[in-house]
Design a protein around this ligand. Structure first.
Ligand SMILES: Cc1ncc(COP(=O)(O)O)c(C=O)c1O
Length: 311
């Protein structure tokens, strides 16, 4: 086996199909259905080092989305939510991690390779590893330079966009390769209609005249859990949030502020789009207030206690 990527250094155990196995033994067959056809669903979750100890952010919502993602594919996850919760908590404890990224995945495994997966078994794994800021610490402060991708987001009439399915992420991979290849940190993808959808792994918010706008669920976006959290936090801070917005490409360039949300990206300001400076070309005041509120929850979750699942 090739050298282990640095990000997984020190990780000893993975949970696979109901067992805790050694990291090196967490393997599957090359004829797994999901490897060929992308028939898996997954989650990305963060465990934070909070004032009350390690706690998983919005675990229940991620778990709900995990089972919901599986539905269109008739993928029956052969474990109860409580079993996956127990496995995840136990993994984090075993690895003695204060904060980490959690990756549950369920997929059609080794079986007949016909397109219909009915006779392939479902496999489930959970891995955890330490992970810092996805787009870098500096990105959280200064913002990122992004480009509108020439790749469109697939439409929800083609593939359910509210399901977090492995195969369709090739769309995000293409957008990301194009953006970074051209010297940008991240992409923004437009939907089939040409309106703003999201980032390859983030939802997008726009600030104009002190109000927030984010593309609605019918714009072929993932129903992001950080998006939901930010909508609630912003409203609780007194902001008007238009959560069913249709945003044209041109509106990106004239926005007062733009920011990404996501489990990995957290709340990341966007400082330019296609080399056009957004606002003052740095983190804007509304983004700053929401980002600060978001990270302050790790110290004091008052009113949002149900968002944290203690480890
Ligand atoms: C395509 C896409 N959009 C949005 C998001 C943000 O979703 P969440 O906040 O649930 O991580 C993600 C990340 O999971 C994603 O992959």
């Amino acid at each position: 086996m090739s050298d282990r990527p640095e990000m997984y250094e020190g990780v000893d155990t993975v949970w696979l199909d109901g067992e805790f196995v050694d990291f090196e033994d967490a393997q599957i067959h090359v004829l797994s259905h999901a490897l060929h056809y992308g028939t898996g669903v997954f989650e990305g979750v963060r465990c934070y080092d909070t004032a009350d100890g390690p706690a998983i952010f919005r675990w229940q919502e991620h778990l709900d989305r995990f089972y919901e993602s599986a539905k269109p594919y008739d993928l029956e996850i052969p474990f109860e939510p409580a079993e996956l919760t127990e496995a995840t908590v136990e993994l984090i404890r075993r690895e003695e991690l204060d904060s980490c990224y959690i990756r549950p995945i369920a997929f059609y495994g080794y079986g007949p390779l016909g397109l219909n997966p009915a006779n392939a078994p479902t496999q489930v794994a959970i891995a955890v590893w330490p992970w810092g800021a996805y787009l870098g610490e500096e990105a959280l402060e200064e913002g990122v330079d992004v480009a509108v991708s020439s790749w469109r987001k697939y439409a929800s009439s083609q593939i359910p966009t509210n399901a977090k399915t492995t195969g369709p992420y090739v769309n995000s991979v293409l957008a990301s390769l194009e953006a970074t290849g051209n010297g940008y940190v991240e992409a923004i993808v437009l939907n089939k209609e040409g309106n703003v959808a999201e980032g390859p792994g983030e939802n997008l918010f726009l600030v104009r005249d002190g109000e927030l706008y984010t593309p609605g669920l019918a714009e072929s976006i993932l129903d992001g859990i950080t998006r939901r959290s930010v909508i609630r936090l912003a409203r609780d801070l007194g902001y008007t949030v238009h959560d069913g917005a249709t945003i044209s490409r041109g509106e990106l360039y004239t926005a007062d502020e733009l920011f990404f949300t996501g489990t990995a990206a957290e709340v990341t300001p966007i400082r330019s789009v296609d080399d056009n400076e957004i606002g003052a070309g740095t983190k804007g005041p509304v983004t700053d207030e929401i980002q600060t509120r978001f990270f302050d929850l790790l110290e004091d979750p008052t009113d949002y206690e149900e968002w944290f699942h203690p480890v």
